[in-house]
Design a binder for this molecule. Sequence first.
Ligand code: SF4
Length: 391
Amino acid sequence: VCPTGALTAKSEVEQAWKAILDPSKTVVFQIAPAVRVALGEEFGLSAGSAVTGKVVAALKKLGADKVFDTLFAADLTTIEESMEFISRLEKGDKLPLFTSCCPAWVKYCEQAHADLLANISSCRSPQQMFGSLVKKHYAQVIGKEPGEVVCVSVMPCTAKKFEATRPEFTTGGVRDVDIVLTTVELAQMIKEAGIVFNELEPAGFDNPLGMGSGGALIFGASGGVMESVVRFVSGYTSGAEIGRIDFYPVRGMQGLKEAEVEVNGQKLKLAVVNGIANAEKLVQRIKSGEAGYHAVEVMACPGGCIGGGGQPEVNDTAARVQRLKTIYNLDTMEQVHKAQDNIYVNHIINQWLNGTGSATVHHELHTRYVPRRRITGKPIDITELSEDVPV
Ligand code: SF4
């Protein structure tokens, strides 16, 4: 079974059209980092073309009420995951910390390595943090019930479709993220609407959920989450303005990258892995004691989300390399480099979430994981677990 869901995922184009055409709904989009460096390929542009403004313009032409940026939520993820990492380092507990942004990796772990679930960060992925903010706060700000706001994600990813259906991301029968479109599905909608994508004038994201840092942008590439955490932790622990951090050892297409970084006098060992087969090998080495790390980033797709199963030309390695280059080029052009410098995120943490470390933050931005059966992927009721029950 493909852990990313690329072979079985169903198109949600029809649901997206239905929502857009329903006048009683407010339709809010979010766009993942890797989409903006791949969508252009569906319209004949060269691999890795940066089309951020055109994607926003296309969504507005399609009928989106608001177009926000998943980068906003990725900054939130960096802050929450970094704080969790710092806390675990202080306690010397549940290390290594495994990242939780990739739902294919999380589900694989639930099915194959339930003993590692406590090590996975409790942070929701950026997609789900965003959905939570929209349904629990943004709806209220615009005077709507959560069920009147339709949250649509545009993702490079088929596993995100499954993630959005997890029961822990539904409140009172209303899902945080209602519809997940892949990059290719969005291209289909643009074509169906007769929009000449290449001639669109770029448009800007809406606020207050439309701004992200360069650290959020690089979430689209393998190593990006780790680098973003390093950018945060280095600044947080030094307590000083640290300027730019470009952490090259975790960049690139290699299946496994290892790095060390010194933070507050402590040498931290980090690993970044992409591809489930590579992750499995690394997990075995960690379990046998052959390898030891403080933090491990895992992405299921080759090169990370830029190589996701919902992107154009899924098996084109050269295209992935070009997308990767563009992600890092865009990062150099961002005015804001680190999550902690995103003033919109800091404002929302204080205004909507009662400040860092609050019960609201814990309840709305974090989650839990469940052991699942290996073959069917169905959750295991732990009360039925005994030595006789095969999982
Ligand atoms: Fe989705 Fe990215 Fe994980 Fe691939 S690496 S399954 S695109 S989250």
